[in-house]
Design a protein around this ligand. Sequence first.
Ligand SMILES: Cc1cc2nc3c(=O)[nH]c(=O)nc-3n(C[C@H](O)[C@H](O)[C@H](O)COP(=O)(O)O)c2cc1C
Length: 190
Amino acid sequence: MKVVAFNSSPRPDGNTTLLLKAVLCELEKEGITTELIQIKRPIHPCTACYKCTANKDGKCVQTDDMMNTYIEKMVEAQGIILGSPTYFGDITPELRAFIDRTGMVCRTNGDLLARKVGAAVISVRRGGAVHAFISANNMFFLNQMVIPCSRYWNFAFGPQKGKVLEDEEGMDTMRTLGRNMAWTMKKLHG
Ligand SMILES: Cc1cc2nc3c(=O)[nH]c(=O)nc-3n(C[C@H](O)[C@H](O)[C@H](O)COP(=O)(O)O)c2cc1C
């Protein structure tokens, strides 16, 4: 079983990465293979061409970014984690475009993500994390995915780089999420 995690922050060594690593560490302890991917910019927005619905090849026709590689990675995995910092109360524009294009391709090519396990992880300085968390979860809601929970919304506070590690409750939320994601995946895909 495999989980692929995507970091949409432009800072590969920032808070979102630390949160993703905390979740992945628990998954690895449970014997699940993990891969952490730093989303490469740019990720272009969906152009609403609807060619993916006609071509039925499991691909987006835009080929000048990494999106088709990321879609392949998600189709191969049983679990998907989306990570984002909070930007003006929402996810990054890259993750927004990522979700739109993934959803259009996967929903119209035989529901490629159905019943995979999905989780979102958000870092935040002070406010807006719950809205960002719901935005990221829209990928799972609309692709028939299964969402494991933690003890709190999956976010942690990090005013500066690295500071999320000092948010003990936030870090514990990540570790609990990792264990619950592993449990859910074993029930569904073990
Ligand atoms: C463009 C921009 C917008 C941001 N908007 C918010 C916000 O709405 N609320 C908030 O609490 N923090 C906001 N932040 C702070 C980041 O969400 C926070 O520092 C986060 O931990 C950064 O994660 P990273 O290190 O993975 O990039 C913003 C930062 C940037 C660069």
